[in-house]
Design a protein around this ligand. Structure first.
Ligand code: 3EB
Length: 314
């Protein structure tokens, strides 16, 4: 497997097949490859960017109900793109979308969820337990419970707000291979967050690794300036970046996610000094500038301004 960032879809060599391409751009794109998932996040500093996941084995693309599926011998990617009307209830939309994902997973060779990216419109709209992120979390937790997925088997995750007012895109990476899940010693497990963050805890692990026998795929969850369960340095992007890098480094003791080969998404609530952040990532964690994509996106807690996720092959 190979993960790369580029401004178009072009295979790194002729024997490579596209498992999934995350497209980040200002306007939705029209004609596209069956593996493309359009994410409504604007890249900072460029028009559109593709994060392409290439595999050496053939990929089969199909649809099961509302689920788009791309499957190869080592992995499956399942995509839910949920339209939301003004009267729809986000909790039940989320629960239904996850139900469909669990059902569709059964039609693949791959039973274990390794990572789920959740992108939802207006993530911070609504107050208290009516906040959309919290409603989303309740729907996800209900589906996990319905399908008997225990907290300690929750996949790595990302939860980010798009620039849309509504809607939900859920991308799941699953595999038949052994899966390691990692927690962060500096952070309480998200699935154990106290009640103050919502009626249902967010079901995700801090990191995951898929061991295919040929390679190890390390997946970093969206990581922010949270220590224990508290947000540190509210509304201070520089200090949040430092805390986030400490969190990533601490996770790195159990899961190796960062080095010259890793590819990262840096989500920022407001546009900021991306050069300075890239330099910091490079100096502290040896991440290459051309392997980082900066995206304008909302973080699930209002006081948080920056979140970083990523992937590394070993
Ligand atoms: C946090 O650590 C920050 O709800 O799937 C990060 C990664 C966050 C995944 C999710 C949320 C999610 O709590 C937010």
């Amino acid at each position: 497997m190979q993960v790369s960032l580029s401004d178009s879809i072009s295979p790194p060599s002729t024997d490579q097949h596209l498992l999934v391409a995350f497209r980040f751009g200002a306007d939705p794109n029209t004609a596209s490859h069956p593996a493309v998932v359009d994410i409504a996040l604007e890249p900072l500093g460029s028009g559109e960017i593709y994060e392409c996941w290439w595999v050496a084995e053939p990929v089969r693309y199909r649809r099961n109900g509302n689920t788009r599926i791309a499957e190869c011998s080592d992995y499956a990617v399942l995509v839910q793109e949920i339209d939301e009307g003004p009267g729809d209830d986000l909790t039940s939309l989320t629960q239904d979308a996850y139900r469909e994902t669990f059902e569709s997973l059964r039609s693949t060779n791959h039973s274990r969820m390794a990572k789920v990216w959740n992108y939802l419109g207006a993530i911070n709209a609504g107050d208290g337990d009516d906040e959309r992120y919290r409603k989303f979390s309740v729907g996800r937790a209900s589906a996990f419970s319905e399908y008997a997925l225990p907290d300690d088997a929750a996949p790595a995750g990302t939860g980010i707000g798009t620039r849309l007012q509504r809607g939900l895109t859920i991308v799941t990476l699953a595999s038949r291979h052994p899966l390691l899940l990692a927690e962060n010693p500096r952070q309480i497990s998200a699935f154990q967050y106290p009640r103050q963050y919502g009626p249902s805890s967010p079901k995700f692990a801090r990191g995951a690794a898929v061991l295919t026998g040929k390679h190890a795929l390390h997946l970093l969850s969206g990581t922010a300036s949270i220590v224990g369960h508290e947000s540190l340095h509210p509304f201070d992007v520089e200090a949040q970046l430092e805390e986030t890098l400490r969190n990533i480094a601490a996770l790195g003791d159990s899961l190796s996610v960062l080095d010259g080969d890793s590819v990262h998404r840096v989500y920022m609530r407001e546009s900021g000094d991306t050069d300075a952040i890239a330099t910091e990532l490079q100096e502290r964690l040896a991440v290459r500038r051309d392997q980082i994509v900066f995206l304008r996106g909302d973080i699930c807690r209002r006081e948080l301004l920056i979140e970083i996720d990523g992937v590394r092959l070993q």
